[in-house]
Design a protein around this ligand. Structure first.
Ligand code: SF4
Length: 382
């Protein structure tokens, strides 16, 4: 990525921009011990260990234009049987490390609360078995905003469900309509209000590059999501997936996806907005999978198996550019100090950041060294 394209005012440290999670986001302590009162994943917390159960397209009343969950998740259309799910969960648990907590069974890839009540109960009952025997801490599910109502929440509150993720995608009704979502931004606002009343931990997912959207629109969506005060967010670039309606629009020339550079730069700005609001961004870009790397699955769009890494690398490049003052720029060598965990982000994929800085400032050599005194999102130059 060309450094000349970059803009924005990012300092050498992001800490000054990152506030503590908002007190307004803190919840009353729930009767249900599984529903956390505070932001669930502050930066210093151990990472959760998620056991994903994919329910591709299950419970979907609509067919969103960008979606083909079977291609995205690699899961077969048919739901696994309870016996198969038990085996799947036990297999996953073998890979859990001590430092990963909480352990959650997560229902992804469909519209969980759009399933029939008996199906929801049967899946939650199965997952609850693992909570009861102490192997799993709680359950999370991913669902559409328009499935959140008193009845559906009453149903899941009988089980140790702690976290609900909503596929928000956009807070612009025109963009939502073009995407065939079948719900409005107001549905999302009401859903978040209801979930907060019941003290669920809330994750909101948004997309960039949707038809009818642009950078300003995506940043507005991010701001409205931040204003809702979720516990965490995920940011996904729109990809043209085979056998989706968007693939037809792409082939007919009615839709042009973001380039990888555009996607990374836009998601970077959104990431910084959420960090500034004290909201954790737990994923940027789709989870890498063999199916996604198959060129017959993703036809176009800003896909990269290390999309999040690219975003962080661009942030570090911006910070380095801001940190290099004219006195350093006339030297032949530059040393950049970062936390040991951030070295690869500073260097960029295939040393792209080092190459960019050399080109821009004409350094002969640039060395990146670890400095344990620095936080993971800080750097200094020498
Ligand atoms: S994006 Fe979600 S709601 Fe839309 S069709 Fe796919 S699984 Fe269903």
């Amino acid at each position: 990525m060309n450094a000349k394209k970059r803009h924005g005012s990012i300092n050498q440290t992001l800490n000054s921009q990152i506030q503590q999670p908002k007190t307004s986001n803190q919840r009353q302590v729930s009767n249900n011990q599984h529903r956390a009162p505070n932001n669930q994943y502050p930066a210093s917390s151990p990472r959760p260990f998620i056991i994903p159960i994919f329910i591709p397209h299950a419970g979907c009343p609509h067919h969103c234009i960008f979606c083909n969950q079977v291609s995205i998740t690699g899961a077969k259309q048919k739901m696994a049987t309870p016996a198969e799910l038990r085996i799947q969960i036990r297999e996953f648990l073998k890979y859990k490390r001590e430092n990963r907590k909480p352990v959650q069974i997560a229902f992804f890839g469909g519209n969980f609360l759009g399933l029939k009540s008996e199906e929801i109960k049967s899946l939650l009952e199965l997952a609850a078995e693992f909570v009861r025997d102490g192997q799993v801490d709680s359950i999370r599910c991913s669902t559409r905003p328009d499935t959140i109502n008193e009845r559906s929440l009453g149903l899941i509150m009988e089980y140790p469900v702690s976290t609900v993720e909503l596929g928000v995608q956009s807070m612009n009704d025109h963009v939502l309509a073009l995407a065939g979502r079948g719900h409005s931004a107001t549905d999302t606002v009401h859903a978040v209000e209801r979930l907060k009343e019941k003290h669920f931990s809330i994750g909101l997912q948004m997309m960039v590059g949707l038809p009818g959207d642009d950078d300003t629109g995506a940043l507005t969506t991010a701001q409205r999501i931040a204003d809702l005060g979720p516990d965490f967010v995920r940011i996904y670039p729109t990809l043209v997936v085979a056998n989706s309606r968007l693939a037809e629009w792409y082939k007919s020339g009615d839709y042009a996806p973001l380039s990888l550079d555009e996607g990374v730069t836009l998601v970077k700005k959104i990431y910084l907005k959420f960090k500034k609001a004290g909201i954790d961004v737990i994923r940027m870009g789709l989870q890498a999978s063999e199916d996604l790397e198959d060129r017959t699955t993703v036809l176009a769009g800003p896909h990269h198996p290390a999309f999040g890494h690219l975003v962080h690398s661009e942030i570090f490049l911006d910070m380095a550019i801001s940190a290099i003052d004219p006195a350093n720029a006339i030297k032949e060598t530059l040393t950049i100090f970062v936390n040991a965990r951030s070295i690869s982000k500073m260097r960029g994929l295939n040393n792209s950041n080092i190459k960019s800085l050399k080109e821009q400032f004409h350094f002969q050599s640039i060395t990146v060294l670890p400095d344990s005194a620095l936080a993971v999102e800080e750097l200094k130059v020498g």
